[in-house]
Design a protein around this ligand. Structure first.
Ligand SMILES: NC(=O)c1ccc[n+]([C@@H]2O[C@H](COP(=O)([O-])OP(=O)(O)OC[C@H]3O[C@@H](n4cnc5c(N)ncnc54)[C@H](OP(=O)(O)O)[C@@H]3O)[C@@H](O)[C@H]2O)c1
Length: 330
């Protein structure tokens, strides 16, 4: 991996500028996702974004082994789900991910969501955990301490946050011994999160962009009527035509130029190959990058309604939009 295709983290380790997502959601089962991981590694991807809750780490682990790519050339990440926030459960979850992915270390482990609220796979946005609680910094810190222990042990190389906010990151930066190296966040042209993105960069936290194409095939339950479609935005279409590529590729070229690490998902070889090749070739011009910056609409797609606690009013309560943490125990 050379510097044109990697970014350097706070530890000095490098991470590829683009990776492969592995969340098959309702549409793609473990073996289809695993086949895409194997094909993606053969096509040149070196970063794989996994998670315990995706339910496919064992199949993905077999695909990684079958690819024959040396482990040291790969950056493999996993995440701890909400049912494993208790410190012992978190450690057990990471050890299971290590075993399933067939590796003696993970390059990064993320806390998938900062809320310890149960959310069953495929839950409808109306579903609620009646014992759900708002963010609890003492509980989050206890979880983080457990993950720090895994870094000390050498089985995890970097820690990361996901679906977090500036106020929550400020608390973590104040209290963590092993600082977060990465933050996985929703990032696509119509949702650029400039404040959180800037905060991460200023604090040496590498942003990883999930749903980088605007998740065009997400399930109906994750859609609302006024959600924009990134790959149909007129500016994205105009730039795609100028470069002779699919609009999805423009989203990735913009992401790489801006400095986040996009992790597009696809099980279709023509798509995941085009995504990798396109993201690294034929950069957008300064004028095109300015036009892409103006595409932002602050349009969050993954709103997180299922994490709401009794008394919370709307999904906006999850994202600390006024700079404070609702009900938060700091
Ligand atoms: N940390 C978190 O909480 C979190 C949340 C969400 C996602 N993620 C991670 O981010 C990854 C990506 O997010 P995502 O899957 O939501 O969204 P995405 O990557 O924005 O969209 C994926 C979909 O885009 C379509 N696509 C991909 N490449 C294309 C191309 N070249 N041309 C046309 N269409 C293309 C495919 O649709 P078809 O299948 O219909 O062809 C694919 O299923 C996930 O797999 C997961 O690893 C993390």
């Amino acid at each position: 991996m050379d510097t044109a295709t990697t970014r350097t983290l706070r530890t000095g380790a490098t991470i590829p500028v683009i990776g492969l997502g592995t969340f098959g959601s309702d549409r793609y089962g473990p073996e289809e996702v695993a086949a895409a991981v194997r094909g993606g590694l053969e096509a040149g991807y070196r970063l794989v974004d996994c998670a315990a809750v995706y339910g496919n780490e064992a199949a993905v682990g077999r695909a990684i082994a079958a690819s024959g790519v040396p482990r040291d050339d790969l950056f493999v990440m996993s995440k701890v789900w909400n049912d494993a926030h208790d410190p012992d459960a978190a450690v057990a979850s990471v050890r299971r991910s290590l075993r399933d992915l067939g590796t003696d270390h993970l390059d990064a482990v993320f806390v998938h969501w900062p809320f310890p609220n149960h959310h069953a796979p495929h839950a409808s946005v109306e579903d609620r955990d009646r014992t759900a609680r708002p963010y609890d910094h003492a509980a989050y810190t206890a979880l983080w301490r457990a993950l720090e222990g895994l870094v000390d042990e050498g089985v995890v190389r970097h820690l990361g946050t996901s679906n977090t906010t500036v106020p929550k990151l400020r608390l973590l930066l104040r209290d963590a011994r092993v600082l977060p190296s990465l933050n996985e966040m929703e990032l696509h042209p119509t949702f650029q999160q400039p404040e959180l993105f800037g905060f991460c960069v200023d604090n040496d936290i590498q942003p990883v962009g999930y749903s980088p194409l605007g998740s065009p095939s997400r399930p109906e339950r994750d859609r609302t009527d006024d959600d924009p479609v990134d790959v149909e935005h007129p500016t994205v279409l105009r730039i795609a035509e100028a470069h002779g590529v699919h609009p999805a590729v423009v989203c990735l070229q913009w992401a790489v130029a801006r400095g986040q690490v996009p992790i597009p998902f696809s099980v279709k070889p023509e798509q995941y190959r085009a995504n990798l090749e396109g993201a690294l070739a034929d950069p957008l011009t300064p004028d095109e990058l300015r036009a892409m910056a103006a595409v932002d609409r602050g349009a969050r797609l993954i709103k997180g309604q299922v994490f709401l606690w009794p008394g919370a009013t709307s999904w906006h309560d999850l994202w600390d939009e006024d700079g404070t943490i609702p009900g938060g125990l700091a």
